[in-house]
Design a protein around this ligand. Structure first.
Ligand SMILES: Nc1ncnc2c1ncn2[C@@H]1O[C@H](COP(=O)(O)OP(=O)(O)OP(=O)(O)O)[C@@H](O)[C@H]1O
Length: 331
């Protein structure tokens, strides 16, 4: 379990993390999403005791990181900046880390095997590709067999095979009952990896809900309809509250009405349909829209340097999700 309570971090007059409260529970993959500069890495650094919060509290397994007696046995972390001694072999890198925590060689062999590094374990880590480096970082995170994993952008720069590998591994680790907290700015990737999402923009909470709920709420449903009598159908649907965008003479894109209702109204008016297809808008587009005003490039920053709350409504599926009130009501 990971708990953040009113977590706030200021660098001078820059507020990187702004009154952020959330809980990450075991047994599922929780995606931590936000545009570049949203404060994801800073939050993870605060959780891991690498930085001190200006205000608020961060706990892992009920304790501050610094109070964990054997941290690697509780929490494994992969941060963006990889700290690998480039002249050392992958095996020796893992072994040195293991020795600091009294972890034996057998576990080093196990994790090297688990991440598929056994064949190259004796090679210099400095010569590793980005993908191999990520695998090594994950092996290091897993050394202590921790119940909590914090991974910052683990899919960054990976090829499709590497992405699928990490996705499967995270899901397996969560299925074993671990807490898996993974940051990304790639909405579509998180949508297929994470069960739950915490979305932030300019350091503030925008959404804390299941991935399913986020998709349901964030993407507009539409229906593609084809009919030889499209103009008459458009009038019928519009009269019942649907929003119609014609596409040529025979096709319509319908929003604000579900496909079954479109079919029922067409049948009632004896209008022939050649196609009736429910569609979702792009999740990436929905994410961009939701975080549009939270993208960090100075715009929207108050005169005192503090972030102006994003106008995007909070999507808050968690009972204790502390979305700031001024971000809007639940939808
Ligand atoms: N040590 C620091 N000193 C000053 N500002 C910082 C520091 N670390 C982070 N920031 C600022 O805090 C904000 C949040 O940065 P952070 O790296 O946490 O965002 P992020 O969501 O991880 O972004 P990305 O996806 O680009 O990695 C940014 O405006 C960043 O410039």
């Amino acid at each position: 379990m990971i708990e953040a309570e009113h977590l706030t971090k200021r660098y001078g007059d820059k507020t990187a993390v702004d009154d952020l409260s959330f809980t990450v529970v075991p047994g599922r993959v929780t995606g931590f999403l936000g545009p570049n500069g949203a404060g994801k890495s800073t939050t993870m650094r605060l959780l891991l005791g690498l930085d001190r919060p200006t205000r608020g509290d961060a706990r892992i397994a009920g304790r501050h990181y610094r109070d964990l007696p054997a941290p690697m046995r509780v929490v494994g972390a992969l941060l963006e900046a990889r700290a690998v001694h480039t002249g050392r072999s992958a095996y020796n890198h893992l072994l040195c880390l293991a020795q600091t925590q009294g972890i034996g060689r057998r576990r080093v062999d196990e994790v090297a095997d688990l991440v598929g590094l056994t064949d190259v374990a004796r090679k210099r880590a400095g010569g590793f590709s980005l993908g191999m480096g990520q695998r090594l970082g994950i092996a290091a995170a897993l050394l202590g067999d921790p119940s909590v994993l914090i991974l910052d952008e683990p899919v960054n720069g990976l090829d499709p095979e590497g992405i699928v590998w990490i996705r499967t591994l995270m899901q397996r680790l969560a299925a074993q009952g671990r807490t898996v907290f993974v940051s990304s700015h790639l909405m579509n990737e998180m949508a297929v990896t994470a069960d739950h999402l915490i979305v932030i923009g300019r350091g503030r909470l925008i959404a804390d809900c299941s991935t399913e709920e986020f998709i349901e709420r964030s993407t507009e449903k539409m229906v593609i309809v084809r009919s030889p009598d499209a103009a008459r159908l458009a009038d019928v649907l519009a009269a019942e509250g649907a929003k119609i965008t014609p596409d040529g003479d025979t096709a319509l894109t319908v929003t604000h009405m579900e496909a079954p209702r479109v079919g029922e109204l067409a049948a009632a008016e004896r209008i022939v349909l050649h196609e009736l297809t429910p569609r979702r808008g792009s999740l990436e587009a929905a994410f961009m829209e939701l975080t549009r005003d939270s993208v960090e490039y100075g715009a929207g920053t108050g005169p005192d340097g503090t972030a102006v709350p994003p106008p995007a409504p909070a999507v808050d599926g968690a009972s204790d999700g502390a979305a700031p009130a001024e971000q809007g009501e639940n939808r």
